[in-house]
Design a binder for this molecule. Structure first.
Ligand SMILES: Cc1cc2nc3c(=O)[nH]c(=O)nc-3n(C[C@H](O)[C@H](O)[C@H](O)COP(=O)(O)O)c2cc1C
Length: 327
């Protein structure tokens, strides 16, 4: 699959943008384990224009993360144009437009998925951004606003006409938020629409190598994107890639692998954000890192109480020496 000049090879598996999760430290780890492309967390166009430090910091990335997309959101074409100019300064591989975020604080301001209710505005933003930058521009969106307005087939065509280089579709409506099951049939219909010629990336509920393969074969998508199943589980990329190539997955992830990857992740995050914040944010990922491990609950509960790397290192040492049952 190629997005503009960015060649992601056959059957690419992409890491989804995830707010407060897909920071630099985690993106690098996912790239190491085989994610073919990564995205920043969504970044507010208004924040970028105001030079808000929180937004500006999200533009930072490491060359080893490439190919990397910067995702921006907003409701105003002019603000999105400005934000594109700021974002392209750091030379990402592409700019991705978020037309899918369902959360109230974004939707109430007319951004994210609320643009599925205002297609003229969505198209104006897209055209403006495409005109502003030489980088490929992509869109990530949902099937529609709700059950009665699953308009993605027409919207995808019109976005393509604005000059985007790929579209990612999460198989839910805004009304579904993250509930129920993702419906891939419409994603498949977009892909099989003879008018579509840009790559179509499918997203929603892929949590195993088998499911990844099924989505490629049943729906013919050009690429797949993994979100929640990658949280604290970067191995999913390696396993999917192995399965797509050989029909099987090599070995289990050992406890030592989990500990050392989690430790590496935490150290990299501390370097960027400081110890306090990195440790707080890491609490969302322990569940993923240690799922399926015997005494998982015990390991996790203890980690959730720890506030320094010193304590965490000591606990990991104890866990790897198998002394943790009594604590
Ligand atoms: C905690 C969390 C944060 C998210 N942040 C973003 C975001 O910043 N930008 C975006 O386009 N989607 C975001 N999403 C949506 C995911 O990228 C993805 O579309 C969704 O989780 C469905 O894929 P999955 O079933 O593989 O998780 C977020 C989802 C979650 C659960």
């Amino acid at each position: 699959m190629k997005i503009g000049n960015v060649d992601l090879g056959p059957l690419p598996v992409l890491l989804a943008p995830l707010e407060d999760i897909t920071d630099q430290a985690f993106r690098l780890i996912c790239r190491e384990y085989g994610a073919d492309m990564v995205y920043t967390e969504f970044i507010s166009s208004e924040g970028l224009i105001r030079d808000a430090q929180k937004s500006i910091k999200k533009l930072c990335f490491d060359e080893r993360e490439r190919p990397l997309g910067i995702q921006i959101f907003g409701h105003d074409a002019e603000a999105m144009r400005h934000a594109t100019i700021v974002a392209q300064e750091v030379n990402p591989d592409l700019i991705d437009l978020n037309f899918g975020c369902p959360i109230r604080k974004v939707v109430n301001k007319g951004g994210g998925a609320s643009l599925l209710k205002d297609i003229p505005r969505m198209l104006k933003i897209t055209e403006t951004v495409v005109r502003t930058t030489k980088l490929p521009v992509t869109v990530k969106t949902r099937l529609g606003w709700d059950e009665h307005s699953k308009i993605i087939i027409e919207v995808a065509e019109r976005l393509q006409d604005c000059g985007i280089s790929a579209i990612t579709i999460h198989g839910r409506t805004r009304a579904q938020m993250y509930g129920g099951k993702a419906d891939w049939t419409l994603i498949g219909e977009v892909k099989n629409n003879p008018r579509m010629h840009i790559p179509v990336i499918g997203n929603g509920d892929i949590d195993s190598p088998e499911k990844a393969q099924e989505m490629f074969t049943r729906f013919g998508v050009d690429g797949i994107m993994i979100g929640r199943a990658a949280i604290g589980n970067p191995w999913i990329f390696k396993h999917i890639k192995e399965y797509l190539q050989n029909g099987k997955v090599s070995g289990e992830v050992t406890l030592i692998d989990r500990i050392s990857t989690c430790q590496r992740h935490l150290l990299a995050a501390i370097e960027k954000k400081g110890e306090k914040r990195a440790i707080l944010e890491m609490r969302k990922l322990y569940g993923g890192y240690f799922r399926g491990v015997p005494s998982f609950k015990n390991i996790k509960m203890k980690l959730l109480t720890m506030t320094t790397m010193y304590e965490i290192d000591a606990w990991f040492k104890q866990v790897s020496e198998n002394n943790y049952e009594n604590h």
